[in-house]
Design a protein around this ligand. Structure first.
Ligand code: NDP
Length: 450
């Protein structure tokens, strides 16, 4: 049997890589992990965590205004961007330290360097070669900005987390999670926010009614949403940027941010050394056990560009370790994965949207409701909440649940368990609500809309 330096060499210290490395090492596997940038990856450093902290920060402006309806009188609140950034940075540093400690406590050897695959059992780090029985690629993704005149002036979410100053105005391009979330964040922090999306409705792939409802709420909060609109060029001027749209309109702004997707991070990885296959989006192709076409090399998480969410990468890391070192098949179930867009208000979803449900099941029953939450009855805030259930009439199972409203993610996380368990509409109807909550609407929608 060949003698290797390591049993498992993991490249990438984000959600998936750290989880797999740690769990494997805890089983007695000899593991090394190379991370050239920051432990915790996108999620901890320039993704989920700082984004949610920014999202909390941005909600306070409405909370202060709402408080007046409940009798609170406040001096005009002042926001300090530098304080938010410093506090966020401190928390991220703490989390980096926790990730490092978790790896060390599990016995994982950490290299804070770039790693390149030399052959199917060899990795090079800082000019030194190490052998490993298996190699795991978990290098994640990187923001993608299309090429056009002035594209070099656009920042991405990576930079948005480290801006020295809060801009007075911003143009955000894109209609996915990141664009919608940051439009809400900058708007809530007091910036003039413009969002440009090329299609007829943003959040393509989400339930169309939910997306439309969110768009109306965002516009109600003052976001300038331009649909069916594309940027032709960005010009730098003395006091900011001129963004020219394909309609011929021009927006003058302090900052332009592109959130037009992310591409798998494979630069300098040495994939060609082993002929590792990638798809047309540069995503590493793997089989159901996360194995590439090279039998000793595996890949999980965003670098495989399937469902690019932290909890999915974590689940894939654990499934891989179970498969490789516990001889157990714990395959990840990709059905009914819930998700939330931390827009203002949040949009959360599990299961089929109406259009894809119709395509798959033919006939469906839809229940839908929108209402003004009790909290807003004493305020000037006219934000509304939206909920929608999609039912398969053949077996009464609820196959989709969609919500737009405060903390929608918290509510839909619970609903996801019900859908995963195969709950029928009858079970929803038999469930007693918690009064008064928005969530009780899930179990009181009686009349189908379609
Ligand atoms: P998404 O893939 O979600 O969205 C990309 C957006 O950019 C789409 O609206 C797309 O339009 C648009 N777009 C793509 N190319 C161009 C172009 N050339 N010109 C104009 N528009 C373009 O990417 P994000 O960057 O928002 O997020 C990346 C991934 O990160 C997400 O898919 C998600 O998996 C993950 N994420 C998850 C979060 C969460 O769980 N809350 C938060 C943030 C990110 P079109 O729809 O027309 O293709």
């Amino acid at each position: 049997m060949a003698n290797y330096d390591y049993d498992l060499f993991t490249i990438g210290g984000g959600s998936g890589g750290v989880r797999a490395a740690r769990f494997a090492a805890n089983l007695g596997v000899k593991v090394a992990l190379a991370e050239e940038r920051y432990l915790g990856g996108t999620c901890v450093n320039v993704g989920c965590i700082p984004k949610k902290l920014f999202s909390y920060a941005s909600h306070f402006s409405e909370e202060f205004a709402d408080a007046e309806g409940f009798g609170w009188k406040l001096e005009k609140p002042q926001f300090n961007w530098q304080t938010l950034i410093a506090n966020k940075d401190r928390e991220i540093k703490r989390l980096n330290g926790i990730y490092e400690q978790l790896l060390k406590n599990s016995g994982v050897t950490i290299f804070s360097e770039h790693a390149e695959i030399i052959d199917e059992h060899t990795v090079e780090v800082a000019n030194i070669r190490y052998t490993a029985e298996k190699i795991l690629i978990a290098t994640g993704g990187w923001p993608y900005v299309p090429d056009f005149p002035g594209s070099e002036y656009a920042i991405t979410s990576n930079e948005a987390f480290y801006l020295k100053e809060l801009p007075a105005s911003i143009v955000i391009v894109g209609g996915g999670y990141i664009a919608v979330e940051f439009a809400g964040i900058f708007n809530g922090l007091g910036c003039e926010a413009h969002q440009i999306y090329r299609g007829p409705m943003f959040l393509r792939g989400f339930d169309l009614d939910a997306a439309k409802f969110l768009a109306a709420q965002m516009e109600g909060k003052g976001i300038d949403l331009r649909l069916n609109s594309e940027v032709s060029s960005i010009k730098k001027v003395d006091d900011g940027y001129q963004v020219l749209l394909d309609s011929g309109e021009r927006i003058d702004t302090d900052l332009v941010m592109y959130a037009t997707g992310r591409t798998p991070m494979t630069d300098g990885l040495g994939l060609e050394a082993c002929g590792i296959l990638v798809d047309s989006n540069n995503a590493i192709i793997v089989d159901r056990n996360y194995r590439t076409n090279c039998s000793s090399i595996y890949a999980i998480g965003d670098v495989t560009n399937r469902i690019n969410l932290t909890p999915v990468a974590l689940a894939e890391g654990m499934a891989l370790v179970a498969h490789l070192y516990q001889k157990a098949e714990k395959s990840v179930s990709y059905e009914y994965i819930p998700c939330a867009v931390f827009s203002n208000p949040n949009l959360a979803s599990v299961g089929y949207d109406e259009e894809s449900a119709r395509q798959k099941f033919g006939e469906i029953i839809v229940y839908q409701s929108s209402f003004r939450a009790l909290k807003h009855t004493l305020t000037d805030n006219d934000e509304k909440t939206f909920m929608k259930l999609i039912v398969n009439p053949k077996n009464d199972k609820v196959i989709g649940a969609h919500m737009v409203g405060p903390d929608a993610g918290e509510s839909v996380q619970g609903i996801a368990i019900a859908l995963k368990a195969g709950a029928t509409k009858k079970i929803f109807d038999q469930t007693i609500g918690i009064h008064p909550t928005s969530g009780e609407e899930w179990v009181t929608m009686r009349e189908p809309t379609i």
